[in-house]
Design a protein. Structure first.
Length: 538
């Protein structure tokens, strides 16, 4: 439920919980999560102590990229329910004091969207093709792609249409992701109007905000020129990295004409004007993998979006110096804008695993979470992290991520395994079915179910509930921060609140002037902070 008596808009201090719709809760027993399943578990989210839920795409889709290939933005895929189910979910969430954020996918559509089918049928030079980025190929007979851009999911970013008698030398279309996800041409006014209509459709149904997929990618450099590479750079993404999205930011190439073009900000000025016409502090948060903090901050100028995901906390290695730099840089860059903090999502390796896995990874994960929750701004949690779930090694025959299918690299299936709710064996109460869900769950998850952890006061779930309850008591701490590092100890002062994070391998003394422990991520004895542990003091 929203923080009461807070003069700020709800989203500035909110804790938002990401629901990956396929993997949260299954209402009909088919092994795939759905909207009725989410609705049935909303009391759990209220009791957890979050303020809002963000739901990944549930629109009609061939599911080649699990909903991020949308064929109709104004309906619900029968796999997930109906429009009535969406209305029920929104109304129930509001009754429980929860806000609802839905995903919007404006960079590309599915190749089964009516617009793309019309474009293929209409032929070169038609108004229908002008909605997408079709171009003739290079070389004799147009057999080479129009430029050298690479797909984030592997291989060239261009596919060629099949030859027909009407089009013997067919055009190519751009897809920065899977070949089933053709990129829209945002220089076309029809595209602008279509998405304004989509936003109105869901705003009128009561959604409180939008998470904007690939927010930095809508516009491409106007000539679609070749990408230029410095010595040591290449067109390929490092798919062995944490995930394909992280690879986009980690490359930090000298020239990226397909990302973060200046014209994209005009889109969000249009969207902000629309959002401001609705009551209730409707908001939008950008997924913008930009190469600098300054370019990220441009998305949250006063007349643009309300928030953008701050992936710097997620990308930081485990060290006090790294975390201190992230906090300092974030505060300096965002100024009065509302910063966001995130450790995991549906595109990255779960942070317990990133921090080493096992007991050490879990202790570090809890500590990083507590430190993050103590900072001003909004926090985004990913389903299952409150249970301490780790990345799953999904067997090859069960993998479904297009990044895996196109490259054979790790992909993202391991962080998308359905949530375990109860019982001793799969599907662990995920739904009324008896078999494994759409991605199989590990057989040894019985101690990680919601049911098991609710009964254990020392569980990760119990810790998250205590931390989120404690967070509501520190909103008066203000937004001014003083950050310092002493060896392996991160020390953040926020008004009367002190946040300490010990990233070292041995215990450190708690400063004498640090006050009393309010909450800690692990056992604290006296004035000694154990390794891999965080604490709040006042």
């Amino acid at each position: 439920m929203a923080i009461l008596n807070d003069p700020k808009p709800w989203w500035q201090n909110a804790v938002c919980y990401q629901v990956y719709v396929r993997s949260f809760a299954d209402g009909d027993g088919d092994g795939v999560g759905d909207l009725p399943g989410i609705t049935s578990r909303l009391p759990y989210l209220r009791d957890l102590g979050v303020d809002a839920l963000w739901i990944t795409p549930f629109y009609p889709s061939p599911q080649n990229d699990h909903g991020y290939d949308v064929s109709d933005y104004r309906d619900v895929d029968p796999l997930f329910g109906s429009l009535d189910d969406a209305d029920t979910l929104i109304a129930t969430a509001h009754d429980l004091g929860l806000r609802v954020i839905v995903d919007i996918v404006p960079n590309h559509t599915s190749d089964e969207h009516a617009w793309f089918r019309e474009a293929v049928a209409a032929g070169p030079g038609s108004p229908e093709r002008a909605r997408y980025l079709f171009r003739p190929g290079r070389g004799e007979g147009g057999t080479e792609p129009p430029n050298n851009w690479a797909s984030v999911f592997g291989g060239p970013a261009w596919d060629r249409l099949p030859a027909t008698p009407e089009e013997p030398e067919p055009e190519w279309y751009l897809h920065l992701f899977d070949s089933s996800q053709p990129d829209l041409d945002w220089r076309n006014p029809e595209v602008h109007q279509m998405f304004l209509d989509v936003l109105r459709f869901w705003l009128d149904r009561g959604v409180d905000g939008f998470r904007i997929d690939v927010a930095h990618g809508l516009y491409k450099e106007a000539t679609l020129r070749d990408q230029e590479f410095a010595v040591g750079e290449s067109a390929s993404y490092d798919h062995a990295s944490v995930n394909t999205d992280q690879a986009m930011v980690e490359r930090r190439l000298t020239d990226e004409p397909m990302w973060d073009q200046p014209e994209v900000h005009e889109v969000y000025r249009e969207w902000r004007k629309l959002l401001d016409t609705y009551a209730g502090d409707r908001m939008a948060v950008a997924e913008a993998w930009t190469t600098t903090a300054e370019s990220m901050a441009r998305f949250v100028r006063p007349d643009e979006l309300h928030q953008t995901f701050n992936f710097s906390w997620l990308l930081a290695p485990w060290s006090a110096e790294s975390f201190a730099k992230v906090v300092t840089d974030t505060v300096e860059t965002f100024g009065s804008a509302s910063p966001t903090w995130v450790l995991s999502n549906h595109d990255v390796v779960r942070h317990v695993t990133r921090y080493g896995g096992g007991e050490v990874g879990l202790a570090r994960g809890r500590a990083a979470t507590l430190a993050m929750l103590g900072l001003p701004g909004s926090a985004y949690l990913y389903q299952g992290e409150e249970l301490g779930l780790e990345q799953v090694d999904v067997p090859p025959e069960a993998r479904q991520d297009p990044a895996w299918l196109r490259t054979g690299d790790e992909g993202r299936d391991g962080c998308r395994v359905p949530v375990p709710w109860s019982s001793q064996e799969p599907p662990f109460g995920f739904g009324p079915g008896t078999g494994q869900p759409w991605i199989p769950q590990p057989a040894d998850w019985s101690e990680l179910t919601v049911e098991a952890e609710q009964a254990d006061p020392e569980s990760t779930l119990s810790f998250y509930r205590r931390a989120l309850e404690a967070r509501r008591t520190i909103q008066d701490a203000g937004d001014e921060l003083a950050v310092s590092v002493d060896g392996d100890l991160l020390d953040v002062r926020r008004g009367s609140l002190r946040i300490l994070l010990n990233c070292g391998d041995s215990a450190v003394d708690i400063p004498a002037d640090a006050g009393q422990v309010v909450i800690a991520s692990g056992p604290v004895s006296g004035r000694s902070l154990p390794p891999n542990t965080a604490a709040w003091l006042r």
